[in-house]
Design a protein around this ligand. Structure first.
Ligand code: CMP
Length: 472
């Protein structure tokens, strides 16, 4: 591979050549990449907290911390290699061409990631082991990875199977924690510089914190950051020099706008957390008020409220199904197949049918939920639809003779006689429990019968048996 961008840079050219090793291309939506992204996000958060802390407080860190740094840095370098083998989607098309992937990465993020991974602190550690401030400062480029943290979170919001509001909330909490931490570190750094190199006056001296342990100093700095950012400002830690006053004013000023933004965000996040539940509650309130205003008998009121509760607990809101009407036909079919797979599995006359038939029938079925002890069909009425039972129990009986023909469970169908023989309903059907049904309207029924003779003959056979059984 030629390196046009960096013709003189031997190191980068070598690195680019190594990136074309025979490694497979990873899909961005694969499990491995998801786990990898979690790792990258964790390292980025770790660096975003640790780097400013080390710059401000200059703690002497050894052992585990150095090991953690090294592990994080190695993973970030490995990420650069991985990104040369990470496919991507462009206008919905999956691109796995190595050259295109490499070109895209080189133009977009490669340089930034390379700078972010530069091991300047390691070099400084070898040559200037005592200059903790310089060592810490040289890790500052790691923060260039921060935008990636937000990008990954934004992707999770859309692609991961977790409530997007929860992911947004998580992102917001990390963001707030980071800002408070950074301001706390900045406040301490200013106090420390003022103490050692300034006028000799500082908030640290006023609070007699200048020679206390790092933990106490950090807690006080963070406390100041939170109280100032939220504009609570108890006034127990106050600026002592001009620079500290300027910093305080800046923090207070940005605190006002930041918290207005955060509070707005949090309230909208909380109300979105379960939008369906909020909608359900609102609907229930509306109906209850409406029924009370119209003096509906309490038993009916109770039944209607019960119905909404069932619909909510079992199905969330079946109206959501109709929102999907705006999808294009192929997507809607796929979705309907997925949503109705339970009923397709349960209904014996659907078994062994062709995929085309299943697709057609699935698109024609409309869900309906009924409470117990309600008529679905009345004997003698005209019939315009037949039903498939997804869940629940119904009873077929004759109102004229009072005889019960049978009870029907999930997987069975009824209401076909009126459609096949073009005549009034031969029996009445009442729900014995809450029932989830699928309705097939007359026009759709006829279309399906015309196109699929095998299904037609099965339905006609069952209709005939039932009809003749009744008229014996
Ligand atoms: P339909 O006549 O349209 O409406 C009432 C339905 O009850 C009828 O279609 C059949 O699906 C069903 N039905 C009628 N008689 C019987 C029976 N003897 N056994 C089972 N189901 C029946």
């Amino acid at each position: 591979m030629k390196c046009y961008k960096y013709p003189k840079c031997f190191f980068i050219r070598k690195l680019l050549r190594m990136t074309t090793l025979k490694i497979p291309i990873f899909r961005p939506d694969s499990q491995f990449i998801r786990l990898w992204e979690i790792l990258i996000v964790s390292i980025t958060i770790y660096n975003a907290f640790i780097v400013p802390f080390r710059i401000s407080f200059q703690p002497n860190f050894y052992g585990t911390w150095i090991l953690l740094d090294l592990i994080g840095d190695t993973i970030l370098i490995a990420d650069i290699f991985l990104r040369f083998h990470l496919g991507y989607f462009k206008y919905g098309e999956y691109i796995e061409d190595k050259k295109k992937i490499a070109k895209r990465y080189r133009y977009q993020l490669f340089r930034r990631h390379l700078i972010a991974s530069f091991p300047g602190d390691l070099i400084a550690r070898i040559f200037l082991p005592n200059l903790l401030f310089i060592i810490a400062l040289l890790r500052l480029p790691r923060l260039l990875r921060l935008p990636q943290f937000f990008r990954i979170f934004n992707r999770w919001e859309i692609n991961v199977n977790i409530n997007p509001t929860l992911i947004r909330m998580c992102k917001l909490i990390i963001f707030i924690a980071l800002i408070n931490h950074w301001v706390g570190c900045g406040w301490f750094l200013i106090g420390n510089l003022e103490t050692n190199f300034g006028s000799g006056d500082s908030w640290l001296i006023n609070k007699s914190l200048e020679s206390l342990d790092t933990r106490t100093q950090y807690i006080n700095s963070l406390y100041w950051a939170i109280t100032t950012l939220t504009t609570v400002g108890y006034g127990d830690i106050t600026p002592a020099t001009e620079i500290e006053i300027i910093f305080t004013v800046m923090v207070m000023f940005s605190g006002i706008s930041m918290y207005a933004y955060i509070i707005g965000n949090v309230s909208s996040l909380i109300s979105n957390l379960d939008a369906a539940q909020a909608r359900y509650r609102e609907k229930l309130d509306q109906i209850t008020t409406y029924m009370r205003d119209n003096k509906i008998p309490p038993i009916l009121q109770h039944k209607i409220r019960d119905y909404y509760q069932y619909r909510w607990i079992e199905n969330r809101d079946i109206r959501d199904y109709y929102i999907l009407d705006e999808l294009p036909y192929p997507l809607k079919t796929k979705l309907a197949l997925q949503l109705h797979k339970e009923v397709i599995k349960k209904v014996p006359i659907f078994q062994g049918s062709s995929p085309q038939f299943i697709e057609e029938i699935v698109m024609a079925l409309k869900p309906e939920i009924l409470p117990p002890n309600e008529y679905i069909i009345r004997e003698g009425n005209l019939g315009n639809e037949m039903y498939f039972i997804k869940r629940g129990l119904v009873q077929v009986f004759s109102e004229k003779t009072g005889s019960i023909y049978r009870n029907m469970v999930a997987g069975t169908f009824f209401g076909e006689i009126a459609l096949v023989y073009e005549q009034p309903r031969t029996a009445s059907i009442i729900t014995l429990t809450y029932c989830e049904l699928f309705v097939l309207h007359k026009e759709d029924f006829k279309k399906v019968l015309e196109n699929y003779p095998y299904f037609a003959s099965n339905v006609r056979k069952i209709a005939k048996e039932r009809y003749e059984g009744e008229n014996k």
